[in-house]
Design a protein around this ligand. Structure first.
Ligand SMILES: [Zn+2]
Length: 451
């Protein structure tokens, strides 16, 4: 059996791992590359193997950096099933449709304003192509093994977002275990990850391979930011991923308001996608910690903003308020026009939550940028900038170490992926120091024999 690394190496995006055995090929995750330009350009290159030769795709979870290339893979000839957990199936439907729509919109906008080097600019895939890929999805429950040719596959709870799984693949007497994106045991909303499975080969993520999450009281910090901003008559901007972070923020804001720790300013969820995701979230109660009453309170305490016109009205409204909108790393979405409207005001608070990949606007702000390029023009950023690190949906390296410490036997080989170079290397050294394991950090295109 061979394992090829076609993404999430040297970066946190573009997760794609190919397992090959004889004529059979199984692709674990099929993500979009995001962030710096030379990574994004990989989305436009031919897939490293002919998509028509892949038997099946197994998704760990629905985030686009794990699923967002699927419509393109299908367009290029992939005809097999796309396996994922039931909640991931529902989330992927929302995310991929939105992604197709955004790809079309971006191409259209680039053509209108003439800021693309490609003439005419083309979308990576369309909404229709995203919908076509959804027809190949097949939901598989956690813990129930299913077979793809010689591969036997099983999902374990990863606790990262709704539906997120670690994947165990058994083939030719070997066990290959993918951590996927691993959640945290202390998440305010998600349940902790299940213990890892015994395995011969381990592929482990390293988003926070060189960092520890601070033990801060996130709820109290959000409370203070909302109180102080509202007192100045300002707006709190909370860029958030539609899946996961948005629901966590709404839950914390709901609790703060119930405890009267923040004033009764309106909280807008300005993302049709996050609204749909919140509804899915409330239907999969067994995957998270919130009770039915908490889910209801979360939905009732927030004002949903669905249309573009409503969103523009929120931007024009100068009263104190909280806006939760995507995208989390400021790579697109409605948060951009709110930043354009409020980012130059000193009374505004812009709260970055979670990991910001290199090359994104979020990353630039955290590294001192005082202007952002929005819709082709530079906008000054004079507002209060806050970073909330405690809301990460990824375990840090020590938490991953604690999770792996439950393994009775060391894996024969360990591959550290899904991290920027420094983080992945630190994770590699950490696993060696803590367990004596000889881990490796693969490079893009590496192929290893699993013998
Ligand atoms: Zn993820």
């Amino acid at each position: 059996m061979q394992l090829s690394f076609y993404g999430a190496v040297g970066t946190v995006t573009g997760s794609r791992y190919l397992l090959s055995h004889g004529q059979h090929r199984l692709l674990v995750d099929c993500g979009l590359f995001q962030g710096v330009k030379n990574l994004r350009q990989r989305n436009w290159r031919a897939f490293p193997v002919p998509p028509g030769d892949i038997d099946a795709v197994v998704l760990t979870h629905a985030h686009l950096d794990h699923s967002g290339y699927l419509p393109r893979l299908v367009r290029e000839g992939f005809r097999g099933p796309i396996y994922c957990t039931p909640a991931s199936r529902e989330l992927a439907e929302i995310l991929l449709r939105d992604s197709g729509h955004l790809q079309e919109e971006d191409a259209e906008r680039a053509n209108r304003h003439g800021y693309s080097k490609h003439k005419p600019a083309e979308p990576l895939y369309t909404l229709e192509e995203a919908e076509a890929s959804l027809r190949q999805f097949k939901a598989q429950d956690f813990h129930e093994a299913f077979e793809v040719g010689p591969f036997r596959v099983r999902y374990l709870h990863a606790g990262h977002i709704l539906g997120a799984a670690c994947v165990l693949v058994e083939c030719a007497g070997k066990r290959v275990f993918f951590s996927g994106d691993l959640g945290r045991s202390v998440d305010p909303v998600m349940r902790p990850p299940e213990p890892p499975s015994r395995c011969d080969y381990l592929i482990v993520e390293s988003t926070y391979g060189d960092l520890r999450h601070p033990a801060e009281d996130t709820e109290a910090r959000i409370g203070a930011i909302v109180r102080e901003t509202a007192a100045k008559g300002g707006t709190v901007l909370l860029p958030a991923f539609a899946v996961g972070r948005a629901q966590t923020l709404l839950h914390l804001l709901t609790r703060l308001r119930a405890a009267e720790a923040i004033p009764a300013v309106p909280v807008y969820l300005d993302s049709p996608m996050a609204i749909d995701v919140t509804e899915v979230f409330c239907r999969y109660r067994e995957e998270h910690r919130l009770s039915q009453a908490e889910c209801r309170a979360l939905c009732e305490g927030v004002r949903y903003v669905r249309t573009g016109e409503e969103s523009e009205r929120v931007s024009a409204n100068t009263h104190p308020k909280v806006i939760v909108a995507g995208a989390g790393m400021l790579t697109g979405g409605r948060i951009l026009h709110h930043i354009k409207a409020f980012g130059s005001h000193r009374s505004t608070a812009l709260v970055i939550t979670g990991f910001q990949a290199e090359g994104t606007r979020g990353h630039a702000l955290l590294h001192g940028a005082d202007h952002l390029k929005l819709y082709g023009e530079y906008v000054p950023i004079n507002c209060r900038l806050e970073l909330l690190e405690g809301l990460s949906a990824h375990a840090d390296h020590v938490e991953i170490g604690d999770w792996l410490s439950t393994l009775d036997e060391a894996p024969r080989r360990v591959y550290v992926t899904h991290g920027e170079p420094v983080a992945a290397d630190r994770m590699r050294r950490y696993l060696h120091e803590r367990f004596g394991w000889r881990a490796e950090v693969p490079e893009y295109g590496d192929v290893v024999e699993l013998i």
